[in-house]
Structures are given as structure tokens and as C-alpha cells.
Design a binder for this molecule. Structure first.
Ligand SMILES: Cc1ncc(COP(=O)(O)O)c(C=O)c1O
Length: 369
């Protein structure tokens, strides 16, 4: 089976990890944590990094640090991996779900203003599948209405929007280092910010609500959302190679794009908009209808290729479907139901990408309408 994604560890991962084991610094204290926090933040043009156990906890910390709670509304895109929406709900706030744009697949800036109310306390923007949202427009709206923006950059670290790196626009940005992400620490995440007051709140909530000055004295009800020194050790080694990883992934994207975007009128390879310099997370194609998408996934699986369907629109999922009207999110529905992801591991060879493209093109030529 060609897997959908495989992590690759060919830098200093083993050496750094062994130094944690040899020194006994295996929990959430140790030299790699600080190094990882400051190096990752610097790479994303942000001064402060607070490492976390994953991106979901990073998002929760960011929301709690802004004081989001019951009665508040947080605007979010309707097509995303569900973690940011769940974290809004976990705070007791209401996620206000907005449809996506048909080309960037990010939250549609044209629909935001109509959904802002006096209860709106934040907007979470997700940079989907390696592409950025239109941050210039989104920041103009949110700055004018004094709404803090949290960026979810789990799928697009180092992507650029009008030359500025994703994750450096909002008040905080959250990243994932799960095994299928562009760089990994196994499980892991980080929140970046420019604001030292938010940093204090993030660190306090991350560590059981304990005072930064007085040990074992708890000033708020907090959590244990810390990253371990071992995760940070792997993260630092991955970070040292991030430029190479991104370059290698870009070459893979070009190969897929050249073969699939030009190869058939029956499918669309994920577009790139003029304002954006994306990174290649997943190779995504959109077919003519949902039935074709499902049938092609089966065909890929029968031929040893691990394709994946795109996530469902949030408003179709059990916790959020109540009262939802499909006509309010037509773009998310259409893109979600017709799209699938092809393997995109860093270890994938050019010959394997060709093999996948041959299979896809052959199938859509035979089955396209
Ligand atoms: C956009 C987005 N946000 C958040 C997450 C959650 O990340 P984690 O698994 O690190 O909690 C993911 C994971 O796929 C994601 O794609």
C-alpha cells in the first residue's frame, strides 16, 4: 500500500532524542523546549512561542487566553478539520460557521461582516490544505471591527499571503505537529504570539493555572497542555530541515500539478490564488460529483493506494448539524463531497507519483462525464 502520508526522520532526531533519554529530561522541562519554542517562532516571524501537547490544546489555550466563554460567539469556517470548532464549543461559546470560498477553500471574507454581532469575541481563520486564507481582507474587516483573529496554521506552516508568512497576521496562531503534518513531533503543537501578556496567560493556563512567580500557587483553573522535551527534541531536528522538507514537497506538488491539472477535464487539481505562495500538504483533486469521488477512492484502494476523502462540512457533523441549512454552506458541501486526497509523504518517489497519476487519469478518462 502507498500510504497517504509517512513521516521522515533523516536529520538529528535520533541524536537529540537519545540525549533526552541519557540525561533523564523526558518530561516538560529541558533544553529542547525553549530552543524549539524560540526557533519555531522565529521561523514564522513571531517573537513568542508556547509549545503544547497538540494543536487542539493550542487552540483551546488561545481561546481561553482571550477570555472566550459562555454567551460569546466565535466566527469559524465551515470546512475544516473539526478541532477549532470543538474548542470553541468546549469554552461554552457558540461557533458561528461561515461558508468557504470556491477557490481558496478558506473562510469567505465576503460573508463575514453579516455574521458579526455584539457577541462576536473572535474569529478563527484556518489556512486550508497548505493554502492561505485571504488575510489582507480578513484582517481589514477584523481590525476595523476590533475582533481578535486566531490563525489555525496546522496545515500550512510557512505559506505566504501577499509575501507575509501565515500565522503572523493574527493575535495568536496555532500549529500541529501530528505525524501527518509537514513537520512532526509525534503529537505536538505550539501557539505563537507577539503579545507578552498573552504569553503569560498561555503559559499559566498550560501549566495547571500555576502562578509564574509562586510555585504550586494556582491563580486560575488551568490545564496540563505541555509539550515534552522529547517531542521538542524531535521538533527541533525537523525544524532544522524544514526548508529542505518544503522544497522537496514543492517539487512533488509540481509533479502532481503538471500531470493532473493539465491531464483531464474531468477533475480539478487544487488551485493556487495570486496572493498566495502555498506549501504542499496534501495533493487534492475534485471530481465532478460525489459518486465519482467514492468510486475513485475504492479503485485507488483496490490498487494499493491510500487515498482519503476530504473532511465533511462541520454543519453536517452530529454535534453541529442541528438547525443547519445546506443552502447556507453550498460551497463547503460541493467541495467536500467531491474531493479526495492522494498520497503525499515526503518519502514518496517520483515513480510512485507517476503511478498514482496514471491510475487516476486512466480512471477519470473512462468514467468522467
Ligand atoms: C486545521 C487543523 N486544526 C487543528 C488540527 C488538530 O491538530 P492536532 O492533531 O495536533 O490536535 C488539525 C489536524 O489535522 C487541523 O488540520
Amino acid at each position: 500500500m502507498i500510504p497517504i502520508f509517512e513521516p521522515k526522520f533523516d536529520g538529528n532526531e535520533r541524536e537529540y532524542l537519545m540525549s533526552c533519554i541519557d540525561s533523564g529530561w523526558i518530561s516538560s522541562q529541558g533544553k529542547f523546549i525553549e530552543q524549539f519554542e524560540s526557533s519555531f517562532a522565529a521561523q514564522s516571524d513571531m517573537p513568542i512561542g508556547v509549545a503544547t501537547s497538540n494543536c487542539t490544546t493550542a487552540l483551546h489555550l488561545a481561546l481561553v487566553s482571550l477570555g472566550i466563554g459562555p454567551g460569546d460567539e466565535v466566527i469559524c469556517p465551515d470546512l475544516t478539520f473539526i478541532a477549532p470548532i470543538n474548542m470553541v464549543a468546549l469554552c461554552g461559546a457558540t461557533p458561528v460557521l461561515i461558508d468557504i470560498e470556491s477557490d481558496s477553500w478558506a473562510i469567505d471574507p465576503d460573508l463575514i461582516e453579516a455574521r458579526i454581532t455584539e457577541k462576536t469575541k473572535a474569529l478563527i481563520v484556518v489556512h486550508p490544505f497548505g493554502h492561505t486564507a485571504d488575510m489582507t481582507r480578513i484582517m481589514e474587516i477584523c481590525d476595523r471591527r476590533s475582533i481578535p483573529v486566531i490563525e489555525d496554521v496546522a496545515e500550512a506552516p510557512r505559506a505566504l499571503c501577499n509575501g507575509q508568512v501565515a500565522g503572523s497576521f493574527g493575535v495568536m496562531s496555532c500549529y500541529s505537529f501530528f505525524a501527518n503534518k509537514i513537520m512532526t513531533t509525534g503529537e505536538g503543537g505550539i501557539v505563537l504570539t507577539k503579545d507578552p501578556d498573552l504569553e503569560t496567560r498561555l503559559r499559566t493556563y498550560r501549566d495547571h493555572g500555576m502562578s509564574r512567580e509562586k510555585r504550586y500557587f494556582h491563580i486560575v483553573a488551568g490545564y496540563n497542555y505541555r509539550m515534552t522535551n522529547m517531542q521538542a527534541a524531535v521538533g527541533l531536528a525537523q525544524l532544522e530541515r524544514l526548508d529542505d522538507i518544503l522544497m522537496c514537497r514543492h517539487a512533488q506538488d509540481m509533479q502532481y500539478r503538471n500531470r493532473l491539472a493539465a491531464g483531464s477535464s474531468h477533475l480539478t487539481y487544487r488551485p493556487v490564488l495570486g496572493y498566495c505562495q502555498p506549501v504542499h500538504w496534501l495533493a487534492t483533486i475534485t471530481l465532478q460529483n460525489a459518486e465519482q469521488r467514492t468510486a475513485l477512492l475504492t479503485h485507488l484502494s483496490d490498487n494499493g493506494i491510500d487515498g482519503r476523502q476530504m473532511v465533511f462540512p462541520v454543519l453536517e457533523t452530529v454535534p453541529y448539524v442541528h438547525g443547519a441549512r445546506p443552502e447556507d454552506y453550498p460551497v463547503a458541501t460541493s467541495i467536500s463531497h467531491r474531493s479526495l486526497h492522494l498520497p503525499s509523504g515526503t518519502g514518496l518517489s517520483e515513480a510512485q507519483v507517476d503511478e498514482i497519476c496514471d491510475l487516476v487519469l486512466e480512471w477519470v478518462t473512462a468514467h468522467g462525464e
